[in-house]
Design a protein around this ligand. Sequence first.
Ligand code: FEC
Length: 309
Amino acid sequence: MSERKIGVLVMSYGTPESLDGIEEYYTHIRRGNPPTPEQLADLSGRYEAIVGGFFPLRENTNRQVAGIQDKLDTFAPGRYMCYQGLKHARPYIEDGVANMAADGVREAVGIVLAPHYSIMSVGGYVERARKKAEELGIEMNFVESYHMHPKLLEALISRVKTGLGPFDASRPVKVLFSAHSLPVRIREINDPYEAQLLETSAAVAEGAGASDWSFTWQSAGRTREPWLGPDILETLKEVAGSGYTQVLSAPIGFVSDHLEVLYDLDIEAIEAARQLGIDFARIEMLNTDPLYMETLAETVISQDQWQQA
Ligand code: FEC
């Protein structure tokens, strides 16, 4: 085995560092177009509503990167060095690649803290990392998705089973799997995102013995173009209309506690459910679940083509 370490670029969405940083962050998400004062106030209000403006995604991403490093050190001591690269906040994806180059890394694997591939999500991360890596002479392989990794499924199945436990067994529970919506135009390019999400949902439902489930979207962007639906707020109305009074939310498209879960589900969807007379609970997020950390470490190692070098 060569002395040189294999770099591991762990990529995640990124979150502002403080309430003052929300405008810069939002401008970056909007590809350099600053939000209007109303849009900024709306987003700031959502961050303020989750634990008084605390930004849990940063801490969770830091812990996840440390967790992957730990597993990699266990599986292959001394071979891998993890770097963080964020899509919309510092250290940006390009900073992560530059940090690898500064440490003399010449070969690296890139992985995103999101299990399902879309050209508009993971594809965007990969494109930016690849461009910077080419510029700096780093050879990189990328993990595109790991949505059916047995350990990921095992972690999610156990969460759904635990989540179903406290419900009243005499009334049916609808399990609602969900993920971040994307513009409807992804359907025109045969994007695998929807099929992969349905595949994960079906496998988790089967493993948990939850036959009464559906998939729904959440957190659609506030733009004029149509986004994939139905949104969870609509789905809750349909579910209530069909007579359900118990819902377990399983946001399998996300892996951390962050705004889209802590606000869109834990505040907005819970309130909508309450008005509809539905008892609403959510599965715990994966965060640093050891099975998730092993999923990531094993998937990284499977993309390490330099193992025999
Ligand atoms: O906790 C936090 O601070 C960050 C939470 C957060 C996560 C996240 C994940 C995904 N997004 C995806 C797609 C889009 C597209 C747009 C878009 C816009 C936003 C805005 C905020 C935001 N996203 Fe996000 N996303 C998170 C937060 N997202 C805030 C801007 C305001 C708003 O619309 O609510 C539209 C961009 C545009 O204007 O063109 C598209 C996808 C994921 C899941 C995969 C991943 O993590 O990368 C897909 C976490």
